[in-house]
Design a protein around this ligand. Structure first.
Ligand code: 5RP
Length: 278
């Protein structure tokens, strides 16, 4: 079954950044604000995502903890979403903990991560850095998912500027998955390859491949509530329906669509760690 991410929160500062900000400056500003608002030294388990923005997030956490160390020599454990993320945690001198070492039934206090595009309902496209599977594992185990996204990434609907949905697939069946994606209306899905080194397909930390599948801009839950048809007619999908359809293709490990707070109600009903029965 597909699980929704927890509460996606886009720091307001990310929206306020102006064109005079450099992109790196905007990322850093958003990261520091996200950490200021959503991290504290009494937390115990914190998810750390992947990409370039999260590096500023870890810098902000480190700066905060240097000024406000946890009381009584308590440890805060940081759960990475991949190889790069683990390195960033270690290089900051923070304590990593493997996802599978989390005590049973424990939820992360918060998970921070970046995104490639974020819509008005805080649904996200993720996977630009090929880390989506572990990112979703960690996000869905968190009480709160804080998405750190600078001003470039905020669009009314997903697939407005970001060109495609990253999908992590088993190498043995990537061509079959690609055909299924075309049947769903993706005109030109491509297998992600190393462009410069020409060393073949990009492999994820799981040894899987990534297919980047373009679709028409995705309808939000509000669009659907207002009567727009997101069932795939003429290749027009809403975020939730398309995510379920892609996840149901045999050979797909994970799809880079993360649900915003529209998943919360179902999350509460589903009980276990935000899992949504489908
Ligand atoms: C990696 C991701 C990243 O979080 C996303 O691509 C954003 O990266 P950046 O912060 O470098 O823009 O999902 O798979």
């Amino acid at each position: 079954s597909l699980v929704p991410a927890g509460t996606a929160v886009m720091p307001p500062m990310a929206r306020q950044a102006t064109s005079i900000d450099t992109i790196e400056g905007a990322k850093r500003k958003a990261a520091f604000q996200a950490v200021e608002e959503h991290f504290s030294n009494d937390m115990q388990f914190v998810g750390i995502g992947s990409g370039s923005t999260i590096i500023y997030g870890v810098e902000a956490i480190k700066a905060y903890l240097t000024k406000n160390p946890p009381k009584n020599d308590r440890y805060i454990f940081f759960i990475p979403t991949g190889f790069q993320s683990r390195k960033v945690i270690e290089q900051a001198g923070l304590m990593p903990m493997a996802f599978d070492s989390l005590p049973e039934k424990v939820m992360l206090d918060v998970a921070f991560d970046g995104a490639d595009e974020v819509d008005d309902e805080l649904n996200c496209i993720k996977g630009g850095g090929a880390c989506l599977f572990q990112e979703k594992l960690v996000a869905t185990r968190a009480k709160k998912f804080v998405c750190i996204a600078d001003y470039r990434k905020n669009q009314a609907r997903l697939m407005t500027k970001w060109p495609s949905i990253p999908i992590e697939v088993a190498p043995i069946s990537h061509a079959t998955v690609m055909r299924q994606l075309k049947l769903l209306g993706s005109v030109n899905p491509v297998l992600r390859e190393h462009t410069l080194a020409k060393t073949g397909p990009v492999q994820t930390d799981q040894g899987f491949y990534i297919i980047d599948a373009p679709f028409k801009p995705l309808l939000t839950a509000k669009d659907v509530a207002e009567g727009k048809d997101g069932s795939g007619v003429d290749g027009v999908w809403d975020v939730h329906t398309l995510a379920h359809k892609i996840k149901a293709i045999s050979g797909v490990l994970e799809v880079g669509l993360f649900f915003g707070p529209t998943g919360i109600e179902v999350q509460a009903a589903g009980g276990q760690g935000g899992q949504k029965p489908v």
